[in-house]
Design a protein around this ligand. Sequence first.
Ligand code: FAD
Ligand code: NAD
Length: 472
Amino acid sequence: MNDQKTQLVVIGAGPGGYAAAFYAADLGMQVTVVDMEQNPGGVCLYRGCIPSKALLHAAKVVSESRDAKEFGITFNEPRIEVEKLRAWKNNIVSKMTGNLGLLAKSRKVTFLQGKATFVDSNTVKVQKTDGSSQNIQFEHAILATGSRPITLPNVPDSPFVLNSTTALDLQNIPASLLVVGGGYIGLELGTVYAELGSAVSVVEMTPGLLPGADRDLVTVLEKRLKTIFKSTMLGTKVAKVEPTAKNVKVTFENPDGKTSQEIYDKILIAVGRKPNSSDLGLENTKVKITPKGFVQVDLQRRTTDPAIFAIGDVAGEPMLAHKASHEGRVAVDAIAGKKTVFEPKAIPAVVFTDPEIAWCGLTETQAKQENRNVAVAKFPWGASGRAMTLNRTDGLTKLILDPDTQRVLGMAIIGPGAGELISEGVLAVEMGSVAEDVKLAIHPHPTTSETIMEAAESFFGHATHIHRPKKH
Ligand code: FAD
Ligand code: NAD
């Protein structure tokens, strides 16, 4: 076993790990990255953000061609070639991960394929895929091992029971699919399968889809989802899942306490994710784990072991790729001795359904929970020229403002392209903008971005395209 020394070892090469490793190399550090995959990318590129968004794009093409009937353009029913679609998606993944491998090489980052475990606070052992192993002594380590899907208890393995990874493999389009969990993954992948032809039912145990998101936004989404999903069962629990030789029998516990049964060709379990914080030899270090299984970190993402940092899904909510990458840069800056802190005021969240829901900073729901007095300035997309030309007036833009200082505390949007628009909210919140700044910034016409400007105008009671005078 040949030992190697490195300044920084990064364990896990997802958007947290590879962003950290590349930045550290750019700052001149000697960096080794360990991941079980052949190239950097992590869950996000191999079995998360990227493949799901590729399939969601395909789904959008189907829905837009169907919607075109309304303005006089009728297409034939789409013929879905699953193999071609799968190959297109897989090609995107291999191109992107391959490019990341090349970027690692060009930065002289050593990439080791294998599983890393801590031997002590300054050594990791890498069990390589070829069967050999290697010890790496490090000055600093960044733990970026991500998360994995939660499974429901007592559900036997079966080819008819999917998780997000196997659902993204797109083996076939089942005639009927039950999605367990009405969160990000359930609604995004439910949309994909529904547009590709499955009869999709969603079961969510809480009283509403996307718990935590503002209800006025979710209501708009629910209306559209009703047109593509066969059914949505809210406040309903899955009591039993029994795979058979051909399909899956599911027993529901309905809101009235009664049980009912249904048969589905496949079911997709999307009930959340848990951090990969076990089986890493952390007991050989001073790293502590929180009761929820996350690695305990401080504001610079340093763990309770001074040489070890943790970022991304393993270090806490929200489990989002851009949050992981940002934390990676903070951790590297801290290691480089720079003044830094992870204190974002606005981490954007985007649910890539159709329409998309996006928010950042303070939400109305959170303000209510915290009993905070806020002003909410809204602009409905029914009054947006651009939304009309897109034939998509099912949108809403909201600004959450401090009523005294007019400061922008948060933004939330539902509508096609909301995920692209939300970055303006991030900038407004992070820059400490006030409603007047957003109002006075000239937005291009005709775009849905004007709804942000007009939401700010509506705070003052003079949005051009709606007449809601302010009470003086
Ligand atoms: P990960 O991306 O989880 O990467 C961790 C890496 O560590 C993996 O490659 C793993 O192989 C490796 N690893 C683990 N243990 C070891 C070990 N012992 N030794 C070596 N390597 C190890 N987020 C968004 O922001 N936008 C989206 O649109 C989005 N869509 C998603 C869709 C799906 C279906 C899923 C499942 C997730 C989605 N996410 C999305 C969440 C996003 O993927 C994660 O937040 C993000 O990948 C977290 O990055 P990370 O760097 O913390 O870890
Ligand atoms: P989630 O937390 O978003 O949603 C899980 C849902 O399942 C919740 O609504 C929950 O109430 C419900 N649920 C839990 N147990 C249940 C049960 N027994 N029966 C019925 N419903 C049940 O989790 P997810 O959809 O698995 O996604 C995991 C994480 O991955 C997300 O929280 C997010 O951080 C990340 N993600 C992000 C994106 C994106 O950014 N667009 C996309 C996919 C995933």
